[in-house]
Write a protein that binds this ligand. Sequence first.
Ligand code: KE4
Length: 447
Amino acid sequence: MTTQARPKLEQPLSESLFARARQVTPGGVNSPVRAFASVGGHPHFIAHSEGAYLTNADGQRLLDYIGSWGPMILGHNHPAVREAVAEALQGGTSFGAPNEREVLLAEKVVELTREQGVERVRFVNSGTEATMSALRLARGVTGRKYIVKFRGNYHGHADGLLVEAGSGLLTTARGELGEAAPSSAGVPPEYAALTLVSEYNDPAALDRLMQERGQEIAAVIFEPVVGNSGVLIPTAEFLAALHRVREHGTLLIADEVMTGFRLSLQGASGRLGLQPDLITWGKIIGGGLPVGAYGGRAEIMEVVSPSGPVYQAGTLSGNPLAMAAGLATLTELQAHPEIYAGLERYTAALADGLRAAAQEAGVPLTVNQIGSMLTAFHQAAPQGGISSYQQAARSDTQAFAGWFRAMLDQGVYWAPSQFESIFVSAAHGDAELNLTLDAARRAYAEL
Ligand code: KE4
């Protein structure tokens, strides 16, 4: 059944801006996943944002499910965040010296994650810096050089972590879309060789690797709920195997850049009862300004310079405007814990609605959803659902691309990759849910 031809969303200004951008920036974007490489068409250039909506350069309103890839859990341009940044701005933009706001945000993070063993936090400027620093710290503490990551997990673009990583590498990987993404060009094999790759949700594989090489391994880093292969939810057996790595003197690093303060006020670690040695954060912790962080118990964190020998630094770390945005966001979330129940309700209803719409149109679809994270994989559910990178990678990326474009033409801006999570905000309500499911029904009918 086809619906009447829908006027394609013309965006002349975005198109001309993209043409100009490509003259001065690689691929015309400052982060590859924004380039629409795996979904076709060209990116919308955004002029401003409010609540659940973006307005592009051509003045068209888009219902946004990216939320800046996670930070916008309160919705875009939230008054509490805007006012906090405006107030901080009165004092200037950066001091290169400590300021009270760094202490306030660090105290807030420790207060919220103390149950997960966090006693000290160091701020950096991105999730990449957070994971890169946490791994250096783990190597410094253990004196070991190997690390373990999981195929399809993405932890930012530090050299040693661009080994069979997920996220943007899966939209621009050399070779077939969805196949295990090779290490990026420019990563010397000597660096990649220090990163051992295991399989997410395969406890036996991890146990075997640790039995064989555990004494050489400084750290195991993992996404406590995967967002970068599309959403993958860990099994209890896998989480237990992850905690067993510590029997070998290996540190466990939960990369909560995406899940931190997203899946609960205590992140995925709190929601799933994890006890990692180190946690990394990004996205929400900066409220949309550039902030990353890593933290853990004092005996480990005090090994970081200037207290200890593991060096890590940053000109703009603890930037007062970024601290203000992060503090306002966490304070708002803490003052309104009902936000998390609302996010759960909305996203579960969205998942059910997508399943029903796809079934009605005879489109094979498997939806993974937890909290306000969701991925709709274009494939029929394998036995037991999609719980591994290999299973996720079998999705029909062309079907996804067609659905994505049909949704965007109706003004619903989904994540432009089959292998990403979407992010629902507290600003998404019944009107947005209905708009989304109406558009989805039409888009599935066109596949
Ligand atoms: P950043 O360096 O992009 O702030 O964070 C890297 C990172 C680390 N760890 C996890 C679990 C992450 O999800 C990320 C970044 N996430 C992607 C979205 N899948 C950022 C979007 C982009 O690359 O533009």
